[in-house]
Design a protein around this ligand. Sequence first.
Ligand SMILES: Cc1ncc(C[n+]2csc(CCOP(=O)(O)OP(=O)(O)O)c2C)c(N)n1
Length: 358
Amino acid sequence: MFDAKKYKLLSNVNSPEDLKKIHLKELPAFAEELRCFIIESASKNPGHFGASLGVVELTVALHYAYSTPEDKIVWDVGHQAYGHKIITGRRDVFHTNRSYKGISGFPNINESPHDSFGVGHSSTSIYAALGMAVAAKLRGINHQTVAVIGDGALTGGMAFEGLNNVAATNSNVLIILNDNKIAIDESTGALKEYLTDIATSKTYNRVKDDVWNFLGRINRLGANVQGFTQKIDNAIKSIIMRNSNLFESLNIRYFGPVDGHDVVLLSKLLKDIKDIPGPKLLHVITKKGKGFKEAEQNQTKWHAAPGKFDIATGKLLETTKDENKPQKYQDIFGDAIVELAKKNPKIVAITPAMLSGS
Ligand SMILES: Cc1ncc(C[n+]2csc(CCOP(=O)(O)OP(=O)(O)O)c2C)c(N)n1
């Protein structure tokens, strides 16, 4: 059960409106409580783990800057939405996560108006967000739409279709690329290298920092900056990045990369970006499993908590150790296919970019 004394800030937050009452300065402390609560809950009721820990700050910043359910946040994959669930009124039932008659481990439109899309893996968020943005426009409603997609899910075909059409329809969609450099197993394919390149490009980052510092200064002067910042930002970016940035080339304005664990920075940024019309992408760098040593060090194993565990040591509790459980179908299948493939070189196994999860 929820211990209000232990979670001083979290105990006052039953909705995104409550979160907005917290002072910007206190957001890091709030994020830390949220992280501890997710860890404590998973230690008793294991479920997905690393992905939600990695987006704690992003989740807090999103709900600080946007107002669901009017604004729409679409989580791709959905296994990273625990923080979202806790902030949007499900804190006290979170201990029932993924259990019979309990709450779903994924966003579920029947469970909460804050869950804008029924999700379950993967690569659908950009398209879903686009649909919501177009529908809002047709109905004359002025709400914001955000798709949060991981670097793994971004490699899916439908995500590429979504990018293609978001750009072509000039919709008011913000795509947040949650780049933690891993899917469930190592990310595969060319996009991984590409994202590393933009995240580490010295020229790009120096210019970006200069532009942002400059814009920050103007903001602090209190000028009516929106149109102005846009003009400068546009001009500089179009010179430097149009031909070197995949997203910019598709007519999606690219912001970042930024530290996805700086909740204050993210909150300010999202508030600024919110008012810029058209398709945009914010590239945030996060660490899967953030804040729990075992999950940071062994990201595949702790993608989902492998059993009940001791929070202090990270050790699995005896009763839930793997050897006490029946073997999983996927393991039996995997062993069998390897055994057969050793004898027959014509056998090829195809996995959805997640060998261990298949
Ligand atoms: C169409 C499709 N392709 C692949 C998968 C397998 N799959 C499930 S989640 C996932 C990606 C998870 O990585 P990411 O989006 O980076 O999220 P993270 O867990 O790192 O937060 C993949 C490839 C799937 N479920 N559906």
